[in-house]
Design a protein around this ligand. Structure first.
Ligand code: ATP
Length: 289
């Protein structure tokens, strides 16, 4: 028996850090939305009691470091599952890019194993379990568009943002999220207007969305990796309506409404950037499988 799943990447339309908590995590306010750039996860039931990870991508760990492995292990231990699973990850989402690739693979594994192992859990229950694996996993269980608070695990669903193209570019570096958070100095950061972004999404106001994009981690990453700032400049030059770094980077995305501008941006960036994608947002919370 096999289950095939799509594990889409996310971008942050806004990312704010409110303060550092006594437990070491940061209290965040993030508006996230899934995009049509996805890994494909294939789960195959094994009669032996093992979890096996395979992937063609050499940057994807094939052991307990893999978040999809951790998702399977969590369900196995919690529900005393005796069967095993082989998890094949066909990677399209760039690794360590600020696009939550690993978290989305873990979320898809939770959804898929719920079926394969006949656990009968609700999406809400899967999202709660997801938070034990990583802060972005709860959001990835649902996909769509949401406000994530707490350390990222409290999810409030939002409507689809106004329709537009998302052009993403990732320079050849990988960024450690933990390292960027460590470097973040809270005094003096300029906070994005989260309420303004939510209102713009609700009003389907594309100009408002563009005006309110913001990410408190952006300056931290730009300081360490000047190539990220160069990509931002290029995107502005090629006519992007808005430009922002996703998560802790290094991927930068541009929002554009017109097809002709999307082509201009895409072709222009491919000249000097390793990985470039032009995709649509997936919109509202949806059936991913
Ligand atoms: P986030 O935005 O949630 O911080 P990210 O997109 O920056 O995530 P990932 O692509 O999830 O980063 O990878 C971060 C690290 O996690 C990688 O260096 C990799 O070793 C590890 N990892 C664990 N599981 C996976 C997976 N399924 N796919 C990719 N990387 C994984």
């Amino acid at each position: 028996m096999k289950v095939l799943l799509k594990a889409p990447a996310k971008i942050n339309l806004s990312l704010d850090v409110l303060h550092k908590r006594p437990d070491g995590y940061h209290e965040v306010e993030m508006i996230m939305t899934t995009i049509d750039l996805a890994d494909r996860i294939e789960l195959t039931l094994l009669s032996q009691d093992t979890i096996k990870i395979t992937s063609q991508n050499r940057f994807v760990p094939d052991d307990q470091r893999n978040l999809a492995y951790q998702a399977a292990k969590l369900l196995k231990d919690k529900f005393q599952v005796k069967e095993g699973v082989q998890i094949n990850i066909e990677k399209t989402i760039p690794v360590a890019a600020g696009l939550a690739g690993g978290s989305s693979d873990a979320a898809a594994t939770l959804r898929g194993l719920n079926k394969l192992w006949k656990l009968g859990l609700s999406m809400d229950e899967l999202a709660v379990l997801g938070a034990e694996i990583g802060s972005d996993v709860s959001f990835c269980v649902y996909g769509g568009t949401a406000l994530a608070t707490g350390r990222g695990e409290k999810i409030e669903h939002l409507p689809a943002p106004p329709s537009c193209w998302v052009v993403l570019a990732k320079p050849l570096i990988g960024v450690s999220t933990a390292d960027i958070y460590r470097r973040l100095q809270m005094n003096g950061v300029s906070h994005p207007n989260t309420a303004g972004m939510i209102e713009a999404i609700r009003q389907q106001d594309f100009t408002g969305v563009c005006k309110n994009v913001g990410n408190v981690l952006e300056d931290v990453t730009l300081n360490v990796y000047p190539e990220v700032a160069q990509i931002k400049d290029q995107m502005h030059r090629f006519g992007a309506d808005a430009v922002l770094m996703s998560g802790s980077g290094p991927t930068v995305f541009a929002l554009v409404q017109h097809d002709s501008r999307m082509h201009r941006l895409y072709n222009g960036l491919r000249g000097f950037c390793d990985q470039v994608f032009a995709v649509r947002m997936l919109g509202e919370r949806h059936t991913l499988d």
